[in-house]
Write a protein that binds this ligand. Structure first.
Ligand code: ADP
Length: 348
């Protein structure tokens, strides 16, 4: 189980305090009313008669009056005892409400605050990761420039090398900031959805990754089920999601391999499968690859494969915004299969 910070428990206690105060105010309000009402009822039934009542008009030494007086004394004692019992009962009930209310208030406060706390934590983690990713290339550039500046025998050739390296780092930073921006936009933006042919979406994505595939001599081929399979989608975003998956399939595959794309209808959904013969993903890493900034060891160790681990996070967000689902199965050294499921538009 994940441990939450002390501040979370403190905030839960504060909120529980508020819940409990409200509960106790209501309970005390009802208790006071119940008490007053009960006392009034008792009063009516058991109270000693007033000075003008029939009994007080009897002669002082009449035997009937004495008997009645002792009966009324007893009734008065009963009245006070009953009053005490009601008070005690109400105190006990309120103490029980206080104890159980305290426990329940903490439970509900915990439940209310937990998702907020988790979202807050995720946000902090994201900010920390983003600044770490930004700091690393900036620090590298700074060191490189400082070393070059301090070199009294800096040649034009060496200076050009430093500048080239700087431009490379700047390109990576631009890519990173574009990814971060996209992530924020996908979260907020309302997608402009229309009926689109999934075949057309996938084909556009394939066209975009074709140059890289050709460079690596990777063949992309596919089978498409006949008939138009329409989805209600923001075309540009959906193409972007498929470009990410296809680009990864090519990036993380050795030269001269194949990537297969299949599109088929399954009851109310359309299922797009992208299969590669690449490096694959270890079972322990599979659950993390949709996390922001996550890059599997295989990707990190391959220096020539650039990326910041944002692509699949964005792709997943896009697919989920389309009420779809994205999943992956993989075998290290054999390849991976990414499956995207999207709801089909009902045909009329
Ligand atoms: P990146 O920019 O690193 O490619 P992604 O979010 O697109 O970021 O992917 C996250 C990680 O998932 C990659 O770094 C890589 O380790 C792994 N990955 C994604 N697609 C594949 C694939 N087809 N084959 C092997 N590993 C993959």
């Amino acid at each position: 189980m994940k441990l939450l910070p002390m501040t979370f428990h403190r905030n839960s206690l504060k909120l529980a305090g508020v819940y409990l105060t409200i509960l106790m105010i209501i309970s005390l309000f009802f208790s006071i009313n119940v008490y007053q009402l009960s006392v009034q009822e008792l009063d009516r039934g058991l109270r000693r008669p007033g000075p003008n009542s029939a009994i007080n008009r009897l002669p002082a030494d009449s035997p009937g009056r004495n008997t009645l007086n002792s009966f009324l004394d007893e009734q008065e004692a009963q009245y006070e005892a009953a009053q005490q019992r009601i008070l005690q009962r109400l105190i006990v009930v309120n103490l029980i409400i206080l104890a159980w209310g305290g426990v329940l208030s903490y439970y509900f406060a915990h439940r209310t605050l937990r998702p907020i706390e988790e979202a807050h934590e995720a946000q902090s983690r994201f900010t920390a990761d983003a600044s770490h990713e930004l700091r690393t290339p900036l620090a590298a550039m700074r060191v490189e420039n400082e070393v070059a500046l301090m070199d009294p025998k800096l040649t034009v050739k060496k200076a050009k090398q430093v500048l080239e390296s700087n431009i490379e780092e700047l390109a990576k930073l631009t890519e990173l900031s574009a990814g971060l921006l996209r992530l924020a936009q996908v979260e907020k933006s309302a997608l402009i959805r229309e009926r689109v042919d999934i075949d057309m979406v996938v084909q556009s994505a394939i066209d975009r990754v074709m140059p890289l595939a050709e460079k690596k001599n990777i063949l992309i081929h596919g089978t498409v089920e006949h008939g138009k399979l329409l989805v209600n989608a923001d075309k540009t975003s959906l193409i972007e999601a498929f470009v990410t998956i296809l680009d990864n399939a090519v990036k993380y595959s050795p030269d001269k391999t194949e990537v297969t794309v299949t599109i088929e209808a399954a009851s109310k959904d359309v299922v797009v499968r992208i299969t590669d013969q690449g490096v694959g993903i270890k079972a322990t890493e599979l659950q993390h690859i949709f996390d922001r900034f996550y890059r599997a060891d295989t990707a990190r160790s391959k220096q020539e494969v650039t990326g910041y681990g944002l692509g699949l996070a964005i792709a997943q967000q896009i697919v989920q915004l389309h009420d779809g689902n994205i999943s992956v199965t993989s075998q290290p050294a054999k390849g991976s299969v990414f499956v995207v499921t999207l709801p089909l538009v009902k045909q009329r």
